[in-house]
Design a protein around this ligand. Sequence first.
Ligand code: HEC
Length: 205
Amino acid sequence: VTRAMSLFAASALSLLAGCRGQPSSDPPIHIVPDMDWQPRYQPQGASDFFEDGRAMRPPVEGTVAVGHLDEDDAYYRGKVGDLYVAKAPVMVDERVLARGQERFGIYCSPCHDNTGGGQGLVVKHGYAIPPPLSSDHTRAIADGEIFNIISHGVRNMPSYRAQIPVADRWAIVTWVRVLQRSQNAKPSDVPANMSDKIEQEAPAQ
Ligand code: HEC
């Protein structure tokens, strides 16, 4: 009898405690549940229903995310068929060149240095030395191949596909061409009205 009484007292106490208006993490009493609670899976959850044990279904093969069809091979891969495009498939203006210069300074100059000479800081700390970007070899390769090198890397050079969006990769390609031109310029490239501004190199003694 004492046990029944103490149980009664305990439940009466807890009932009283429940009426004191403290905050609670339990859901409020829901008289008409509608469809508020249903059996469902959490994202990334497990399921016995599917053979692979995953509740989330992998997308059907060949699924393309909205806005990522990327059908234009020349623009997105620098290629037409198996051939690299000779010229960047973008309008080149001052804005694109300025963007290319800025992005080159961020992503390429750590190794290739600001002139493309290949003496960047990372190289000075022991990384493989890249060939100068104004070499005959790099001048001769197609714009599409430089785009492809940025996208996928080449031998010792890592890929920058994840860091640099497509439009910026093309902007960088145009800036590489500017560097190459500047490193291989002849006095005759200087406009006539500025030719008096060229400083002659001191003749070797
Ligand atoms: C981590 C250092 C590093 C960074 C950053 C880097 N490169 Fe390179 N790059 C190299 C190295 C090293 C090579 C030589 C690869 C080899 O032949 O093994 C190279 C090679 C190249 C070549 C090929 C040259 C040729 O004639 O074969 C091009 C073009 C090039 N890089 C462009 C770029 C551009 C553009 C960027 C910026 C988006 C960039 N690189 C960023 C290290 C780097």
